[in-house]
Design a protein around this ligand. Structure first.
Ligand code: ASP
Length: 335
């Protein structure tokens, strides 16, 4: 029988509904098998709970703990399922996909919009299907949610209240689950021995451009030790050029050795700084494009590369458009 390591980290799936719409944490780990007794028919499942928290508190230390757990157990199991809160699941999926190269086993994050203990819940099917997929052959860091298996670093949480809460705007699902499991997009394959890179650097800031934004607020960036700014610009990577122009701040950042990475406020498509004057001027001032990476993938990649290159921002400039784990399409960057 196949062996699965199920890692529970918190989030709604394990919560108890105390009244309609209000959730409290529970000691969920002991109860999983009482909710889904026949899970043990699918695989031999060991359960670990390294921490239990709302996913908004999950960051670098938890990513490192999870990656070490996966790495040290890689030979002991056929696949891994991580139960995780939905709010930051995409960020954790990005981090794990960058940290663990040459994965040869599936690592599937899942969660739910309603707790496992609720009568009408998406938790049961998400968990059962994630476990079935984890004994399969798609050896990537994935997110399974609402009948779709996604490449994790391509995903975004898109709904607060729909069961269909995740989307992968620029890459098709790896598989869909109906009566049968249908493989759709090609998945990655290992190309050598598994490797673990654990360093991150959090001197990275996500910002959003908005109409009539006072650029003076942005000047304060120059007084901080922020090294990389991931800026959600308009449309294809466009920025205002009139009185509210952000170009002088981008120039100031570049002069200080900081890097501005431009991604889009749109869900779909790749940023192209060539298309409009706002993008062209931003590029001339030193900014680079995130291509078709999501905001989540870009931000975590900047933290990862900054850690990997010991704070050397200029190396990120050259590596940002190179795929680490399929998070960017080769034709989409760096313009
Ligand atoms: N607040 C929860 C979390 O992300 C939401 C969820 O699990 O769906 O931990």
């Amino acid at each position: 029988m196949k062996r699965i390591l199920l890692i529970a980290t918190g989030g709604t799936m394990g919560m108890q509904m105390v009244e309609e719409g209000k959730f409290d944490p529970t000691s969920f780990v002991d109860e999983i098998f009482s909710f889904i007794p026949n899970l043990s028919h699918v695989a031999k499942i060991d359960v670990l709970c390294p921490f239990s928290m709302d996913s908004t508190d999950i960051g670098i230390p938890q990513w490192q703990e999870l990656a070490q757990l996966l790495y040290s157990n890689m030979d002991n199991y056929d696949g891994f399922v991580i139960i995780h809160g939905t709010d930051t699941m995409s960020y954790t999926a990005c981090a794990l996909s960058y940290m663990l190269s040459n994965l040869s086993k599936p690592v599937i994050l899942t969660g739910s919009q309603r707790p496992l203990a609720a009568l009408r819940t998406d938790a049961r099917t998400n968990l059962i299907n994630a476990i079935e997929l984890a004994i399969g052959a798609i050896s990537e860091v994935c997110i399974y949610f609402a009948n779709k298996l996604f490449r994790g670093n391509r995903t975004k949480k898109i709904s607060i209240d729909e069961f269909d809460a995740f989307s992968s705007p620029n890459y098709p699902p790896l598989a869909t689950v109906g009566l049968n499991i249908e493989r759709i997009a090609p998945h990655r394959r290992p190309n050598g021995l598994i490797r673990l890179e654990e360093k991150f650097d959090n001197r990275v800031l996500g910002l959003i451009a908005s109409p009539s934004l006072n650029p003076l607020y942005w000047q304060t960036l120059l007084e901080t030790d922020v090294q990389v700014v991931v800026l959600k610009a308009f449309g294809a990577g466009n920025l205002p050029l009139g009185n509210q122009s952000l170009i002088p701040v981008i120039e100031g950042c570049t002069q200080q050795g900081k890097l501005i990475i431009i991604c889009s406020q749109c869900m779909e498509g790749a940023c192209s700084l060539d298309l409009y004057e706002g993008g062209q001027r931003a590029r001339a001032a030193g900014a680079i494009s995130a291509g078709d990476m999501t905001f989540e993938a870009t931000l975590v990649k900047a933290m990862f590369l900054l850690g990997l290159f010991d704070g050397n921002v200029q190396r990120i400039r050259h590596h940002l458009s190179i795929s680490i784990a399929g998070e960017i399409s080769s034709h989409s960057g760096p313009n």
